[in-house]
Design a protein around this ligand. Structure first.
Ligand SMILES: [Fe+2]
Length: 307
């Protein structure tokens, strides 16, 4: 049954998983839960206070224009309409924890991936449902875990950059892993020459190596996508080794480079990270973007600023 989710996942894709960018075909976009009524129902059922609601400008360099907002008084239908007419990016994180049907869907998706990828064992699955306006974008950033991005409705362009210099410096990667900043890292337009650009249409899925920076721009229509984060043993080890490198650089004045760490070194550093965390070498703080607007269908781009 799970065979019907991923339709062209073959041995080559399985072998490249976690190591290279992969684009594959899926069938999720055919499901009724992604119809207009299904999505409106989802917007009503997902806890509104947990919903990430954002707006932004059109310039890929203007990441400062990315702001968070609220939509406390709109029905699912009104919010869905505002997404069509405005410039809004709705992110329903951990939908698999909040909603039983998305819990079941997430299991189906990861079961399919694991069945068709020998040796793969995923954990900490976190499914975000993204519903976003025409031409909305997500600025250049990286995610600490691994990601699969499933396109369900509309078309978005995704630029995938290698997780290495000059696209990503160790210090900046460590800053994200140590939670000293959001997921954003420095970006220059010239990076695009070294990126793989993927035009993601309904029924397509993309995945890339852990920590690979990426940016996303919707075409001129509403987009619906699922962004599924997850970890493997290898990805947890790498994330913790980066944590240790970050402490070694910041507290001990060393100059580690994650690309130079062999398997043994990665495991040793991951073990050391547990000690560093226990000893509280670095203060952990989760930065929250202040919510500075409300979604208002009568305002321009459906965004009304609040003080
Ligand atoms: Fe991302």
């Amino acid at each position: 049954m799970t065979q019907t989710i991923l339709t062209d996942w073959d041995a080559a894709k399985a072998a490249a998983f976690e190591k290279e960018n992969i684009v594959a075909r899926h069938t999720l976009h055919q499901r009724e839960i992604f119809s207009d009524e299904g999505l409106i129902d989802l917007l009503d059922r997902y806890p509104r206070e947990a919903m990430g609601i954002y707006t932004m400008g059109l310039d890929p360099l203007d990441s400062k224009s990315f702001r968070a907002g609220n939509a406390p008084d709109l029905s699912g239908r009104e919010l869905f309409q505002a997404i069509h007419e405005g410039r809004i990016w709705v992110n329903m994180r951990k939908a698999n924890e909040h909603l039983p049907d998305y819990h079941a869907l997430t299991r189906e998706m990861f079961d399919a991936l694991e069945e068709q990828t020998p040796g793969l064992k995923t954990m900490k699955q976190d499914t975000s449902i993204l519903i976003s306006s025409p031409n909305a974008q997500v600025f250049y950033h990286l995610d600490v875990p691994l990601v699969t991005l499933w396109q369900v409705r509309g078309v978005k362009n995704v630029w995938l950059y290698p997780p290495e210099t000059p696209f990503l410096e160790d210090d900046d990667l460590e800053t994200v892993v140590l939670k000293e900043s959001e997921e954003e890292v420095p970006y220059a337009l010239s990076f695009d020459d070294g990126a793989q650009k993927v035009r993601l249409e309904p029924g397509m899925m993309a995945t890339w190596p852990q920590n690979g920076p990426h940016r996303i721009v919707n075409e001129d229509m509403v987009n619906v996508s699922l962004s599924c984060e997850f970890q493997t043993m290898k990805s947890v080890v790498r994330a913790n080794a980066i944590y240790t490198n970050g402490v070694l650089r910041r507290n001990f004045g060393l100059h580690p480079a994650i690309a130079k760490d062999g398997m043994l070194s990665l495991y040793a550093k991951a073990a050391i990270a547990r000690i560093f965390k226990k000893l509280k070498f670095r203060k952990a703080f989760a930065y929250q973007i202040p919510r500075t607007f409300v979604v208002d269908p009568t305002s321009e781009q459906a965004v009304r600023d609040i003080a």
